[in-house]
Design a protein around this ligand. Structure first.
Ligand code: CA
Length: 286
């Protein structure tokens, strides 16, 4: 497997990769820098706009433009970050709180969770429906992270990083209701961060402090470990015209210079071509 650095971004905390099929580009964020990026694989060019506050995730809006989950709430904006409109202010105090990972699902809803530096277990997980209504669907969260859905929509996967694994819920695509939470798999190499589901229904889980990614069956059986030359692997998403490329984000955040000296590619955007491709990213239908 050849893992390429496709963008030597030097990001502090690259996260939230999502393929924008309307614009044939990969959107991603650098959370503490407050930057929403647009990477064009055809040219290798990357550009960004500054949100002016930490931005946890970006999703594509079906009617055009983007959805952002930031330190203060959930916003819509144009592709270039202009025309920003607050949809919902969300209380992410005390200091350090902010939205973290999030994603639009294939049925037009947008989901995102928060994290707090302290206290733990005081963050939440939210669902933004197509009618614009916001629903807090989980309380007692520590660090809301990766999420994804089985191809049939019957299962939602969810990571609260501090719990050290991936949980599964029964998911109703008609209503977005989630029930029956259970542990799907434990991560014993670093911490689970972002994830994506491939066209075969298997999960790719990014390993924070785990130097790579792991692929699991939907029953939670480990299939494969992909090694990366960066210890803080944050998230992954399929992209490219055929959804055949797996893009992987990494971080430099929290690592001392002497540690980073041994992983100069940390903070880069990596990519490789797995045997199986991905599924189209969801877009918020509101
Ligand atoms: Ca994350």
């Amino acid at each position: 497997m050849i893992i390429d650095v496709v963008l030597a971004a030097g990001a502090r905390l690259a996260e939230g990769p999502v393929w924008d099929r309307k614009n044939n580009c990969l959107r991603w964020v650098d959370i503490p820098a407050g930057l929403v990026h647009r990477f064009d694989p055809a040219t290798g060019a990357d550009s960004s706009f500054d949100v002016g506050e930490p931005v946890g995730t970006v999703a594509v809006r079906a009617s055009g433009g983007l959805v952002l989950a930031t330190k203060t709430g959930i916003y819509t904006c144009a592709d270039d970050g202009s025309d920003r409109v607050l949809l919902h202010e969300v209380d992410t105090d005390p200091p350090g709180g902010r939205f973290n990972d999030g994603k639009a699902d294939p049925w037009g809803r947008f989901w995102a969770g928060t994290m707090l530096d302290d206290p733990h277990e005081a963050a939440g997980f939210y669902r933004l429906d197509a009618d614009g209504s916001l629903h807090q669907v989980l309380t007692g969260v520590s660090c809301s992270n990766g999420l994804g859905w089985s191809p049939d929509g019957a299962t939602m996967y969810y990571v609260d990083t501090q719990l050290g694994g991936v949980d599964a819920f029964d998911h109703d695509p008609e209503t977005g209701a989630i029930t029956g939470r259970r542990r799907l798999l434990d991560i014993e190499r670093g911490w689970p961060d972002g994830l994506t589901v491939d066209a075969a229904g298997c999960l790719w889980v990014a390993l924070w402090d785990g130097w790579g990614l792991r692929r699991y069956t939907q029953e939670g059986r480990l299939l494969e470990t992909v090694e990366l030359p960066a210890q803080r692997v944050t998230s992954c998403a399929f992209g490219g015209p055929e959804l055949s490329t797996l893009y992987v984000t990494t971080a430099r955040a929290g690592l001392k210079e002497e540690v980073l000296a041994f992983q100069p590619e940390a903070g880069s955007l990596f990519a490789f071509e797995p045997e199986v491709g991905g599924l189209p990213a969801g877009e918020w239908a509101g």
